[in-house]
Design a protein around this ligand. Structure first.
Ligand SMILES: [Zn+2]
Length: 416
């Protein structure tokens, strides 16, 4: 199977340093005008200028008609698999209830835990499949998915099996993260230590042994797990061979950024409340910040992570959706680019690098995804615009016209 995409008005190759991009590097998309991309089976064999490239015989030729062609988005933080929804809670919040008071009353994450426990593996797979289509239509071709709405061994395994099934049937690159320490389940209300005993003794060993997740994650927050508890859980996960990601400093500042640095987490996610000391700690330990403006937006809050300070400090910033039923019903990476630009003062180019190349590195996929270069995986998207800045400029449109993942067209608009 050979595909040649010709007449790429802006071919965003993101060629450059083979490590996460920092500082001014974030603004350099290494754009080729009138570019060509050639795909053979699941790999890119050429991405560059049209001059001098001979289209291989037998290739299907796709005319990009002068539009933007770029790597697929890498969504590095999602909670795609869950039962039910939180529409009623959404309306309560409009009426003035807060995320934390709803959670304290047994709603919030626990409402999704109840619905997820009640759902069959098939139910969960079916609903997640539909939401994955939303993401693909936004130009996402690889993603991370967390468990964490089960909070018992059986229910967590059920979610992790669904993640594995999604990976197999979609053909997308999918990383799995075990978020057993998302919150304390209702049967152990008020006993976070007892729950962590159970997670550490009964869940981590099984998930690790069956290779159902590569990463472990924790929700370090008031009402979930404090820094000492988070440290205990993440340290145990590390001993079981998991790489670490952590939800920190989202609603309150607890020193979570410093904790992520101390433990050598691959990423520290959220960071809306982090201060200069937290940012400095992340820099020293080379932790990538994963910024999730969709959750700030959907919770109706106004304090976004300080992306400019992080970029100035030399952090290799990542952007992701945090797609989940409670705080971020946002599957669209183009919308995240808009939020990054309007609310966090990231330029469109910085946001695109954070959502592709840097995101790929945060998942250990830097050698394979995130840029358009020979030998990389053929995850390529034609967007229906002629200037990459339009991706962050127009809001509420899904500009992806043709989405190719692993050399296969996974979405094509009917007018293409
Ligand atoms: Zn999250």
């Amino acid at each position: 199977m050979k595909i040649a995409i010709v007449h790429c008005g802006e071919l965003l190759t993101l060629r450059g340093a083979r490590r996460p991009r920092i500082g001014a590097e974030l603004r350099d998309l290494a754009i080729v005008r009138d570019g060509v991309v050639v795909l053979e089976d699941e790999r890119i064999t050429y991405a560059g200028a049209a001059d001098g490239i001979k289209i291989p015989g037998g290739a299907d030729v796709i005319d990009a008609r002068g539009r933007v062609v770029m790597p697929g988005f890498v969504d590095a933080h999602t909670h795609l698999v869950f039962g039910g929804d939180r529409v009623a809670e959404f309306e309560q919040r409009i009426g003035g209830a807060t995320y934390e008071t709803i959670a304290a009353a047994g709603g919030g994450i626990l409402a999704t835990v109840a619905a997820t426990r009640a759902a069959t593996e098939d139910d969960l797979l079916r609903s997640a499949r539909g939401r994955l289509q939303w993401m693909i239509r936004g130009g996402t071709t690889s993603l991370e998915i967390k468990s964490g709405y089960g909070l018992s061994l059986d229910a967590e395994l059920k979610i992790l099996h669904v993640i594995r099934a999604l990976r197999q049937e979609s053909g997308l690159r999918v990383a799995a993260t075990f978020l057993g320490a998302h919150t304390v389940p209702p049967e152990l209300k008020g006993q976070p230590e007892a729950y962590l005993d159970h997670v550490i003794a009964e869940m981590l060993p099984v998930v690790g042994r069956e290779h159902l997740a590569e990463y472990a994650d924790v929700f370090c927050e008031r009402g979930a797990f404090d820094p000492a508890q988070s440290r205990r859980y993440l340290s145990a996960a590390h001993e079981h061979g998991f790489k670490l990601r952590a939800h920190v400093d989202q609603l309150s500042r607890s020193g979570g950024a410093e904790l992520a640095a101390e433990l050598g987490c691959v990423t520290a996610d959220h960071l809306e409340q982090s201060d200069a000391a937290g940012i400095a700690a992340l820099r020293t330990a080379n932790v990538q910040p994963v910024l999730l403006p969709g959750s700030v937006y959907a919770l109706g809050k106004s304090k976004y992570a300080d992306a400019r300070a992080m970029i100035d400090a030399g952090l290799a910033v990542v952007l992701a959706t945090d797609f989940n039923p409670g705080s971020s019903p946002v599957p669209s990476m183009p919308f995240v680019l808009s939020l990054a630009a309007t609310q966090m003062r990231m330029t469109p180019a910085e946001a695109i690098t954070a959502a592709t190349f840097n995101a790929a590195h945060s998942l250990g996929w830097g050698a394979e995804l995130g840029s358009l270069e020979a030998s990389k995986r053929a995850d390529v998207v034609i967007h229906d615009c002629h200037d990459h800045r339009e991706l962050a400029y127009y809001v509420g449109v899904e500009p992806a016209a043709v989405v190719i993942a692993g050399g296969r067209i996974v979405h094509q608009r009917t007018d293409e």
